[in-house]
Design a binder for this molecule. Structure first.
Ligand code: FES
Ligand code: FES
Length: 162
């Protein structure tokens, strides 16, 4: 099978890769692009573990062909934070025990951040719905929602101070 060259911006860094036409974006990110923080769960578009942001919107990277990301911007959980400090949403997960084994956490964080960027006053049930495509086998979701709500409330406090 002939390979295709793709270029994309991964967490702000340009990368190029030679990919088979049937390789998933997930596979290319993990194997070719040095992004093992993108996790493989079901591999069938069910669990949300492999979530990344493509041009700012969440996608299941196991369902996309890598060639579909050519020329586009991909953000993984590593792109949320700086080199040293955690993103405030990650800090909130830490403080509220929103992560246990951590396998679902990158997808949870990216989806929650994306949703709150567009819906900064979302309530708990709305947030539960927004995260319905991200499955967690450990936490029972209560602590995840506590963490997301605490982050949302911290955003409101900042805007009131402004
Ligand atoms: S690994 Fe992609 S949705 Fe489960
Ligand atoms: S923390 Fe283990 S799957 Fe969610």
């Amino acid at each position: 099978m002939s390979k295709h060259q793709i270029s994309l911006l991964l967490n702000g860094q340009p990368i190029e890769a030679m990919v088979e036409p049937n390789m998933s974006l997930l596979e290319v990110l993990r194997v070719e692009a040095g992004a093992p923080e993108v996790k493989l769960g079901c591999g069938e578009g069910v669990c949300g573990t492999c979530t990344v942001l493509l041009d700012g919107d969440p996608v299941n990277s196991c369902l996309l062909f890598a060639v579909q990301a050519d020329g586009r911007e991909v953000t993984t959980v590593r792109g949320l934070a700086g080199d040293v400090e955690l993103h405030p949403l990650q800090q909130s997960f830490l403080e509220h025990a929103g992560s246990q084994c951590g396998f679902c956490t990158p997808g949870m964080l990216l989806t929650a951040k994306w949703y709150l960027d567009g819906h900064p006053t979302a309530g708990r049930e709305e947030l539960r719905g927004a995260l319905a495509g991200n499955l967690c086998r450990c936490t029972g979701y209560t602590k995840i929602l506590d963490a997301v709500e605490a982050y949302r409330d911290s955003l409101a406090e900042v805007s009131h101070v402004d």
